[in-house]
Design a protein around this ligand. Structure first.
Ligand code: E4P
Length: 416
């Protein structure tokens, strides 16, 4: 039996948006026209595919509504959500008609959900369950890859990719080094062009962080970047201050992507630090860089996915530092939620008609020299422990932070 709530109760709940998620189950067109402010769109025929994107935690209070008492779509969605394991589903039976008749305000389309709706309409039939993100920093490349695939779920950027953007490079080659303000403007300009081209995976933007950057400094950069585009996701590194920044950010309802993840313990800490997030949190294991030093990067992904099976599903695994087609195909076979992939590999995948292998795909963990990669054993870790108890140290995290700092500085004018 689904608990019913009245309009007055719903109004009170909307005053504390962190505690519940309101879902409009009407079609994207109806939602675009008018919806209760703050509601997200979950059409009844998209529940299985979209619910976990919109409501990451199954213990959150979820309130569904449709057109009005005569429309049974919301009851149907409430039943589907309950069957999927959502434990606190409520039904506002009066729906949109009751809301409108009482003279309460409605909102029309938000850019963030517009991206979702457009994406649903244009998905090719063989689109994989794993969201495909482009790993790059050039909007022209984003447009080209989207045209080539017929869709593009998202994009990740980082200081190296921004430094190699053709316009930024053009300025550097002509002798102009950027000021910190100009560099920020360049980053903003790049992501504002990318933002409307991609779907619900969003655009990941990386804050500047070295070993002296505090969580508060990261969050302040993150909040500014978050305001640049409607579908931003802020990248913080898997170091203690980065984890603290993530904790603060998800409490402020920001989407975060925890980058430079090289171990299962770091992924466990991400899970524990972001438990209160209402939106999916991404964790990005860097498989190519692990492979480069002889460790089996894809096994780290497999271990993290296995560990998260005990969890509530709020952290999604984003396979990063993809170097070869087999990384991508194995990401599909492991049901990784997302993968970020360089343009060259996506073009190769498109040339192969976007083939998606079955779960029986056999991945051969071999390094560039053809030698077998070192296995990375699974660790028993308790996801309910506090995030500070996990061992966050990994030499690759430290090394790559130094590299990102160098790439970030490479485009800057020397300090006076
Ligand atoms: C994405 O978020 C990462 O920054 C990217 O995949 C790193 O890739 P690389 O190891 O090839 O630089």
């Amino acid at each position: 039996m689904i608990t019913k709530i009245t309009r007055e109760e719903l109004q009170q709940k909307l005053e504390h948006p962190k505690r519940s998620v309101v879902l409009d189950v009407l079609s994207p067109e109806d939602y675009r026209l008018a919806h209760i402010p703050g509601a997200l769109n979950l059409p009844r025929d998209q529940v299985r595919t979209l619910a976990s994107d919109l409501v990451a935690r199954k213990d959150l209070e979820v309130i569904v509504y449709s057109a009005g008492p005569a429309c049974h779509a919301s009851e149907n969605v409430a039943d589907q959500l309950t069957a999927m394991g959502y434990t606190d589903v409520r039904h506002y039976a009066g729906g949109k008609s009751d809301w409108l008749q009482s003279g309460l305000p409605v909102a029309s389309e938000e850019a963030r959900n517009n991206a979702n709706a457009e994406e649903i309409e244009t998905m090719p039939a063989n689109k994989p369950m794993t969201k495909i993100l482009l790993d790059g920093g050039d909007p022209d490349e984003t447009q080209r890859i989207r045209d080539r695939l017929g869709f593009l779920d998202g994009q990740t950027t980082n200081p190296t990719l921004v430094a190699t953007n053709p316009d930024v490079q053009g300025r550097i080659v002509s002798g102009h080094r950027l000021s910190i303000g100009e560099q920020k403007e360049e980053y903003k300009r790049i992501v504002q062009k990318i933002s409307p081209l991609i779907g619900s995976g969003g655009v990941s933007l990386e804050v500047f962080a070295d070993f002296n950057t505090t969580a508060e400094q990261m969050v302040s950069q993150g909040e500014e970047m978050y305001s640049w585009i409607p579908n931003a996701c802020i990248k913080y590194p898997c170091i203690p201050e980065g984890l603290r920044a993530a904790k603060i950010s998800v409490e402020r309802d920001m989407r975060v992507n925890m980058t430079l993840c090289f171990s299962q313990a770091q992924a466990a800490a991400v899970y524990a630090a972001t438990k209160s997030s209402k939106q999916p949190v991404y964790v990005s294991p860097f498989v190519g860089r692990l492979d480069d030093r002889g460790d089996d990067g894809m096994q780290v992904v497999r271990n993290i996915k296995e560990m998260y099976r005990q969890g509530d599903g709020h952290v999604h695994v984003l396979v990063a530092s993809v170097r070869k087609m087999d990384h991508l195909l194995y990401a599909f076979a492991l049901s990784a939620e997302l993968a970020t992939v360089p343009a060259k590999i996506l073009e190769e995948w498109a040339a192969g008609k976007l083939a998606v292998p079955g779960k029986d795909f056999v991945y051969r963990p071999l390094g560039k020299n053809g030698k077998p990669l070192r296995p990375v054993p699974y660790q028993q870790l308790d996801l309910n422990a506090s995030w500070e108890t996990f061992d966050l140290k990994h030499e690759l995290t430290d090394k790559e932070i130094r590299k990102f700092v160098d790439d970030y500085r490479s485009t800057l004018a020397p300090a006076a």
